[in-house]
Design a protein around this ligand. Structure first.
Ligand SMILES: *Cc1c(COP(=O)(O)O)cnc(C)c1O
Length: 853
């Protein structure tokens, strides 16, 4: 039955309880202990059954309970405190103001296909989404003028349950937006704000929902509206659902729709951040707007866009990148080629590493890299991998100079540290621990926390987790219609006193979720053999619905548990989400991670665990490779890479068993007269003190601000001044550069010494360079020196800028430099020319370089 009219019915609250509404609609409650406690206190059962959704709670709570709390002075006082804290929080955002005092107005738009903010907003699949959510929370904490842009999925990502054979099944619960902490954006006349995007043969309409994340708004597009056709209703139906056509539909909506949405909302964005390649079409749309609405030519429009764009890659393997066939690109987006004045191949070249390869697919990562002024990977090692992976885009640039940097990921401390642990840190370290820098004296106070208190608190967290896991398991089995004996058994899984290994993440095969069970006898012994040193596992995670090998891993674990009769000692917790993640990273004793290096770009769950005081036990990959893995945990292996995956599995499984048998388990059970594991607690304290300040989105977002958002916004303001005059100048200069560049010749290189020189001996180099029709100020001539490797190549070379000495009658310019070698051995030098212009973000931006031959 179709309704003839619809109403949006809001909860009706007694006026004294009105502050609850404001608290419920700002996700700040998710990282404010007081507010969260308040909602739990309001109705503990409803809090659980609503999936910790305060808006749904307020909509469904009984009038009787509301009448009760209106009379409850304790409740009202707590509500007052929570409301005051939110108000103070929104007023106090000062870090940004200190950094950017006196600057023109800025706005940073952060685009992501998924956002993981709270478990009542299930529009994320895993680490990428949680990272995006944490990015917004820390941007709010720092007071950045940032807005999030995403899609609001009607069904989100799937909910997982297992059949009796341990095989993953998927359910797609419908998200009821009207009962979530979402605001529908409206136009001035009160009607829904609608944006439209062209698709082949039709327009698609979307409305806009906002989630308020502290002071940061996150806007999400929703196409499930009239008059869209049924297919288009589903563009925002499922995260990473559907086929390749659906994927391109979604990415068009995210990138192009996202830019239109920001415009419709009245934002003047100074810096665009593409979190992964999904949103790279935003660059095309921005160029179109400058051409069609500001009258710029393509080169100038593109220059403005590049100068203000930022791209973060999260993918360490080519297989992880979104690729679209040339046909599809032209079918869906070919009209942009006409607007840009390009032919088809030129247009497709925007997404090709080698523009001459006419059969190559269109890569979203390549488009994003070509359209960004600042690009980065998400850990130092991932930076190295990304430079290697994309070096083809910067022909002739040594791989270590490929301009893809690294900003190591972090996590939002107040979102992932258990409540009681936060209170403990607040008490001993002071309330600023959650964003204090690495060198803050606050961390010295770690020693002031009594071992006993830290340990008792941790044991309490373990108990909370065990009880919750039992509950969730029982509920899952009931839903599945399991037998009473199975349900009874689930009520007794795990032992709240036993050493607990946590493993939870997406079940992508490279994460090797079953490595720990490679040798059945050995792991059985570790778990059971020693009565006083028992070991148990809590495991959780979802496989993508189409990832059959990933699902097989889940089934293998469940079969293993069954066949070995280890139901009490090993538990697979169904339907991994943010809520279970938080319980596990605080309630387990150690956090296990066994990815196949270097496939884990960063990994973040281990950071959450470390902040809660858990040592990590992990392969040296992603963030762990750059952490203090001796003081704060254990390294499995030494960061080797193997050609034979089976051999690698065998070596690393053995290394894992050795560590568990000889070091980890003995240390955990090494107790003093007070039954305290003093040495273990010392490691816990190190894990907190050394990891919490760094692997933290407070540090990470600060770094994005200083290295990317601030410079990009400055460049944007500079380039658009005087009706885009500087942008035009830079674009024209680049065009000129391209026509002359390949005529540049480095000639007559003169070196003052022969082939045998001494350490610290000065060598002077003179060269004559034919700059073709370019001027001396258009280029930088550099000497490039360094050690020679076995292949006869200069490795890790150092550039030295050469000094211009004049131009002779034959139009040859002379450059000189003096160098010294401060290490012995076979060393070499070369010369190169790079472009130079004051408006350029870096010498690599035009992707032109000439080397001496
Ligand atoms: C933190 C988190 C992740 C990411 O875990 P990794 O170890 O980085 O793979 C995935 N899912 C949820 C729910 C998380 O909270």
């Amino acid at each position: 039955m179709q309704p003839i009219r619809t109403f949006n019915v809001s909860p009706s609250l007694p006026s004294r309880l009105e502050p609850l509404r404001k608290l419920a609609y700002n996700l700040h409650w998710d990282w404010n202990v007081e507010a969260k406690d308040l909602f739990r206190r309001l109705d503990p059962n409803l809090w659980e059954s609503s999936r910790h959704n305060p808006v749904l709670m307020l909509g469904t709570i009984s009038q009787a309970r509301l009448t009760e709390v209106v009379e409850d002075e304790g409740f009202l006082a707590q509500m007052g405190r929570a409301a005051q804290q939110l108000e103070d929080y929104l007023k106090e955002r000062t870090w940004y103001q200190k950094q950017r005092a006196g600057k023109p107005k800025e706005c940073y738009a952060y685009f992501s296909a998924e956002f993981g903010l709270a478990d009542c907003l299930p529009v994320y699949s895993g680490g990428l989404g949680v990272l995006a959510g944490d990015h917004l929370k820390s941007a709010s904490d720092l007071g950045l003028p940032l807005v999030g842009v995403g899609l609001l999925y009607q069904q989100g990502y799937f909910a997982q349950y297992l059949n009796a054979d341990g095989w993953q099944q998927e359910r797609y619960p419908i998200n009821d937006f009207y009962n979530m902490p979402l605001h529908l954006e409206r136009s001035e006349d009160g009607s829904e704000l609608i944006i439209e995007v062209e698709y082949p043969g039709r327009k698609v309409y979307a409305r806009v929902w906002r989630v308020q994340v502290g002071s940061v708004p996150l806007y999400m597009l929703d196409t499930n509206i009239e008059p869209n056709n049924p297919y288009d209703h589903n563009i925002t139906d499922q995260l990473y659902g559907g086929d390749i056509d659906m994927r391109i539909h979604q990415e068009i909506m995210l990138g192009i729709g996202g830019v239109r949405m920001l415009k419709a909302l009245g934002y003047d964005v100074t810096s665009y951040h593409m979190n992964e390649g999904h949103a790279a079409f935003s660059a095309l749309e921005r160029i179109r707007i400058y051409i069609q609405e500001k009258g710029l030519n393509y080169s100038t429009a593109r220059q403005v866009v590049i100068s203000s764009n930022i791209f973060t890659t999260h993918t360490p393997v080519p297989a992880g990148i979104d690729l679209f066939s040339p046909d599809k690109m032209l079918h869906y987006l070919g009209y942009y080629a006409d607007i840009f004045g390009m032919n088809k191949e030129q247009f497709l070249g925007l997404g090709r590493e080698n523009t001459g390869d006419l059969s190559a697919p269109f890569s979203m990562a390549v488009l994003a890299l070509k359209m960004a002024t600042f690009s980065n990977g998400v850990a130092q090692l991932h930076g190295v991998v990304s430079r290697q992976m994309f070096k083809g885009l910067w022909q002739g640039v040594p791989v270590d100079e490929v301009p893809i940097g690294a900003i190591t990921n972090g996590v939002h401390a107040r979102s992932c540290v258990a409540k009681s642990t936060q209170e403990l840190y607040d008490r001993y370290l002071g309330p600023n621990w959650s964003s204090a820098a690495v060198d803050s004296p606050l961390w010295e106070r770690m020693d002031a926390i009594p071992d006993e208190e830290l340990w008792r608190n941790h044991e309490r967290c373990r108990l909370d987790m065990v009880l919750y896991v039992r509950d969730r398991l029982v509920k899952h089995l009931r839903d599945r219609g399991a037998s009473p004996s199975e349900i009874a058994q689930a009520q007794e899984v795990l032992d709240p006193k036993v050493f607990t290994i946590g493993f939870a993440r997406r079940f992508a095969t490279y994460k090797r979720a079953t490595l720990w069970m490679s040798d059945i006898e050995r792991i059985r012994k570790i778990i059971l053999a020693n009565k006083d040193r028992k070991v148990q596992f809590v495991i959780s995670g979802k496989a993508h619905p189409k990832d059959i090998p990933g699902k097989e891993l889940i089934r293998d674990i469940n079969h293993f548990i069954e066949e070995e009769g280890l139901q009490k000692q090993i538990v697979f917790v169904p339907n991994y989400d943010i809520y279970i993640a938080r319980l596990m990273v605080s309630g387990c004793d150690i956090w296990l991670n066994t990815p196949r290096r270097p496939r884990e770009a960063s990994g973040t769950s281990g950071m959450k665990a470390a902040m809660n005081g858990l040592p990590n036990l992990s392969v040296l990959d992603g963030w762990w490779d750059e952490a203090d893995y001796v003081s704060t945990g254990w390294a499995i292996g030494h960061g080797e890479m193997y050609d034979d995956p089976n051999y690698q599995d065998e070596i690393e499984a053995n290394a894992l068993y050795d560590l568990l048998e000889k070091e980890v388990v003995p240390l955990f059970y090494d107790r003093d007269a007070d039954a305290l594991p003093r040495h273990w607690v010392a490691k816990m304290k190190d894990a907190i003190r050394l990891n919490c300040p760094f692997f933290n989105t407070a540090r990470m977002v600060g770094e994005y601000a200083q290295r990317a958002y601030f410079p990009a916004s400055d460049r944007y303001h500079n380039l658009i001044a005087n009706n885009y005059a500087p942008a035009k100048e830079l674009a024209d200069w680049k065009d000129k550069l391209r026509t002359s560049w390949f005529n540049i010749k480095i000639k007559d290189i003169n070196v003052s010494s022969g082939t045998d020189i001494l350490v610290n001996q000065t060598v002077s180099v003179t060269a004559k360079v034919d700059l073709a029709s370019l001027k001396k100020d258009d280029v930088q001539v550099e000497l490039y020196q360094g050690a020679i490797d076995a292949n006869g190549e200069i490795v890790n070379g150092e550039p030295v800028v050469m000094e211009y000495k004049g131009t002779d009658e034959n139009d040859l310019s002379t450059y000189t430099a003096e160098i010294v070698y401060n290490t012995s051995g076979l060393q070499g030098l070369s010369l190169r020319v790079l472009p130079k212009h004051e408006y350029l973000s870096s010498a690599y931006e035009p992707r032109l370089i000439v080397w001496a031959e």
